[in-house]
Design a protein around this ligand. Structure first.
Ligand SMILES: Nc1ncnc2c1ncn2[C@@H]1O[C@H](COP(=O)(O)OP(=O)(O)OP(=O)(O)O)[C@@H](O)[C@H]1O
Ligand SMILES: [Mg+2]
Length: 325
């Protein structure tokens, strides 16, 4: 700026402690010395300086954002995989990627996943083996009973054997959980309607309603078993049953209401325990094993959800199954 206005050789002395700036200008035959307050002087290139600063820092910022984006993507993918594993779904083509730390976390997740799967498999295989052996013996027993012929005692034994094999099936179903089944898009409105017609066929007044998009990704057979357990409980204890499905952007909620005696508040956690039956005293021959709710909760949890018990507006029990969609 100065150079342009003076158009002569000049020299600025800014060195030294004083708050004066000395400017010497070469005139034709002399040197003009000008003293100015340091605060009155400013460097005209400070604008350029600021411009450069902003420019480079925004370029750096863009580079950093792009880099971080790239690093965050594998973390998000890991989170997605963990979430879908929690919901009992497969996470196909998930592979460790990204920075070394992220890759290590992903590797650890994969190892944990296969350990869990292995231990489930072992449990199932063991139980399948045991129940197979027991079933073989039971079948033999039944045959032997047939050969003995008819008498009241034999009838009683036959009933016991039948009960035993029923229980065996129940245990197996409980132990099997939903292992092996693949989650797939399922029409929930249709599934609920099937439950209703089953209940009706068994002589109960049942209504069904569904709100929202009916296609939900679940393990179809297990999820249906879960709901069927709730409905069969209602059918065992009540006359009227009402099944309602509701699906929003986060959850699928299925409530089963009945007009039976319900379950007292303080027992509502207890009844989820395997083999626990409240109606031992009430009616002993209506044989249940006390596994229904335990199985139902197991299945709901393997879908990442849960089962809750409460009071129904119909006067009995309200069982609610809720799973994330
Ligand atoms: N709708 C209901 N109304 C009243 N009591 C209920 C209801 N549902 C369950 N219960 C009580 O909770 C107990 C546990 O239920 P759960 O389904 O686990 O076993 P269960 O029905 O006895 O046997 P299972 O389902 O294995 O045949 C039942 O014995 C019953 O006392
Ligand atoms: Mg039951």
């Amino acid at each position: 700026q100065l150079g342009r206005q003076i158009a002569r050789p000049f020299w600025i002395d800014t060195v030294g402690r004083s708050n004066l700036v000395e400017i010497r200008i070469q005139l034709d035959d002399a040197v003009m010395r000008i003293f100015a307050q340091r605060s009155a002087a400013y460097a005209s290139n400070s604008e350029i300086f600021i411009f450069w600063m902003l420019g480079t820092s925004s370029i750096l910022l863009i580079v950093a954002v792009l880099f971080l984006r790239n690093q965050i993507k594998p973390i998000l993918r890991l989170a997605d995989a963990a979430e879908s594993f929690g919901k009992g779904r497969e996470a196909p083509n998930f592979r460790p990627r990204g920075a070394r730390e992220v890759r290590r976390a992903a590797q650890a997740f994969l190892e944990m996943k296969s350990r869990i799967e292995r231990s489930i498999e072992q449990r199932t295989a063991m139980l399948a083996g045991v129940s197979h052996d027991l079933r073989t013996i039971l079948t033999r027993f039944k045959l032997e009973l047939e050969l003995i012929g008819d008498s009241p005692e034999v009838d009683g034994m036959r009933k016991d054997v039948d009960e035993m094999s029923g229980m065996l099936e129940d245990y197996l179903a409980f132990a099997r959980g939903d292992s092996g089944e693949q989650a797939q898009p399922t029409d929930m409105a249709l599934a609920l309607e099937e439950l209703r017609s089953d209940a009706e066929r068994n002589g109960h007044a049942a209504t069904v309603a569904f709100h929202g998009l009916p296609i939900v990704t679940v393990k179809p057979a297990s999820f249906k078993r879960c709901l069927a357990n709730l409905v069969s409980n209602a059918a065992r204890h009540a006359n009227a049953i009402s099944i309602t499905g509701h699906r929003d952007h986060r959850y699928l909620t299925v409530t089963v209401d009945d007009d039976g005696p319900g379950i007292p508040q303080q027992m509502r956690e207890e009844v989820f325990k395997p083999f626990l039956r409240l109606d031992d005293a009430r009616n002993q021959d209506e044989g249940g094993t006390g596994l229904g709710l335990a199985i139902a909760r197991d299945i709901a949890r393997s879908h990442g959800g849960d089962i809750m018990l409460g009071d129904s507006p119909m006067g009995g029990l309200r069982a609610t199954a809720r799973i994330p969609v």
